[in-house]
Design a protein around this ligand. Structure first.
Ligand SMILES: Nc1ncnc2c1ncn2[C@@H]1O[C@H](COP(=O)(O)OP(=O)(O)OP(=O)(O)O)[C@@H](O)[C@H]1O
Ligand SMILES: [Mg+2]
Length: 289
């Protein structure tokens, strides 16, 4: 345990998540260990290098946002981390397992057991009740007690009174919460989400963020999501910035916002807050004595 963390705990203060994150780094096994990932899409005559030598280690319980301009490789990276796609080169260990060594059937089992996915457009089945959607991963896994577990997952996302609703009978925010329930019902080690708040209005976005924070805090689910929204990113513990297929910044967020407790500032102010607070001694250089 590092001294600052010990000091905070001894004083009975609630430890700052940024210290928890660094603490985990010393103590825990990485849940994601990606080394020198490259992804090249080959189209007829052209090659698109979507990821170029990306290495990333994520420790259990972290809550990370991946940011970056359109086309910078965020979705490509999330798909590889979620074992939905293979890198062209590089190594990827998920919870200590070398994914390159697995056969398709084994990969599918790992995806089902260890990973929950949430997409921007919810990806729910039409004409299917919320309860049934959430039961599906349990059916694939051959799990027992499916209806009870699906109900519990829906209750956990605040939809205990909507279990028989179909997607067209739910709001966008509620549909996304069904998708989250479906992602967590198998008790995955990690949840990956590609712009989960991208299609939602601000209020529903905050509701969805609250659920991600709760799942991360209470169940320790490692969470990685892609967002374009700096305010949303400010609610996570760490921000990884991609540009042109490479990681150009990787910062711990000091004092992440608790969803619903802070009003949305201007985009500029949010970004500045993140980078000024973590920049350290750079400002000293800007004001020479
Ligand atoms: N299946 C594919 N075949 C060919 N090129 C692809 C494919 N998928 C993505 N690309 C290219 O790879 C690059 C990275 O794409 P990616 O979807 O990862 O970007 P992104 O950061 O998620 O962008 P956005 O914010 O717009 O969703 C882009 O230049 C894109 O055109
Ligand atoms: Mg994308």
């Amino acid at each position: 345990m590092n001294s600052l963390f010990r000091h905070l705990v001894a004083k009975g203060e609630k430890p700052n998540p940024q210290y928890i994150a660094s603490e985990r780094r010393l103590r825990d096994r990485p849940i994601i260990d990606a080394r020198h990932l490259t992804k090249v899409y080959r189209m007829e005559a052209v090659e698109v290098v979507a990821l170029c030598d990306v290495s990333l280690v994520v420790y259990e319980g972290e809550f990370i946002s991946i940011m970056g301009p359109s086309g910078s490789g965020k979705s490509t990276m999330l798909h590889i981390l979620g074992a939905l796609d293979q890198p062209t080169s590089g190594e990827y260990y998920l919870d200590g397992i070398d994914l390159a060594k697995l056969k398709d059937r084994e990969l599918a089992a790992i995806r089902n057991r260890k990973i929950g996915f949430v997409f921007q457009n919810f990806n729910l089945l039409p004409r299917t009740s919320a309860l049934r959607q959430v039961e599906l991963p349990l059916i694939y896994a051959g799990a027992a007690d499916r209806t009870r577990r699906a109900r519990e997952a829906l209750e956990a996302v605040g939809l205990g009174d909507r279990v028989y609703h179909r997607p067209n009978e739910l709001s966008g925010g509620e549909q996304q919460r069904v998708a989250i329930a479906r992602a967590i019902v198998t008790n995955p080690a990690i949840v990956l989400a590609d712009e989960p708040t991208g299609n939602l209005d601000s209020r529903s976005g905050i509701e969805v963020l609250k659920i991600f924070q709760k799942m991360n805090r209470e169940r320790g689910i490692t969470t990685i999501f892609v967002t374009h929204d700096t305010f949303v990113a400010r609610h996570t513990n760490r921000i990884v910035m991609l540009r042109d297929g490479q990681i150009v910044a990787d910062r711990i967020v000091p004092n992440p916002y608790k969803a619903g407790s802070v009003d949305r500032p201007s985009q500029d102010a949010a970004l500045q807050a993140i980078f000024n607070l973590t920049a350290g001694p750079r400002s000293a250089k800007a004001h020479p004595a």
